[in-house]
Design a protein around this ligand. Structure first.
Ligand SMILES: [Zn+2]
Length: 168
């Protein structure tokens, strides 16, 4: 059974069917940098790390992260990072049901072009926001690690001093 690594998500491979619900599971990337981005993105406890079996379900990816192969299979693009329906404070978004751009039949070519342009810029802005957020989280993690290291060093120094005074 495959479970979704996102804390909030209850999707498992036994509970859902690929054909009926359209939900697919995607394993963590092997590339360490991208893997780390996914680990931060799934919003788990600090000590958690992904195993070879960890996966994230398709509900957490943007519709633009997927492409359809010639054989009709849905694949995740290489640089995709989970970003949708991650935490309780995020407003749940339907991932596949609606079109990203609201195009009306009455729209002129120019209006349509502008709508696409706005949509593209919104996606870029959203991506940058997301990256910034992840960098902040990464920084927080590193700070914690640094504090722990400082503590260990302090202990080691004290231990060494104790040993030295014992030998005198
Ligand atoms: Zn999920």
């Amino acid at each position: 059974m495959v479970c979704c690594a996102v804390t909030m998500c209850k999707n498992t491979s036994t509970k859902i069917s690929k054909n009926k619900d359209g939900i697919t599971f995607h394993r963590f990337p092997r590339d360490p940098d991208r893997r780390c981005l996914w680990e931060i993105a799934v919003n788990r406890e600090d000590e958690w790390s992904a195993s070879a079996f960890s996966a994230v379900c398709s509900e957490h990816f943007d519709i633009k992260d997927f492409y359809i192969t010639e054989g009709g299979l849905r694949r995740l693009s290489v640089d995709a990072v989970p970003c949708v329906n991650i935490s309780a404070c995020q407003i749940p978004k339907p991932t596949f049901s609606n079109l990203p751009i609201d195009v009306k039949p009455s729209d002129s070519d120019e209006v349509m072009k502008l709508k696409f342009k706005v949509n593209r810029l919104e996606i870029i802005a959203e991506n940058r926001k997301r990256r910034l957020h992840m960098m902040w989280q990464g920084r927080r993690r590193l700070r914690k690690k640094l504090e722990r290291m400082k503590c260990i060093i302090k202990h080691l120094i004290r231990y060494k001093e104790d040993k030295l005074s014992e030998n005198k």
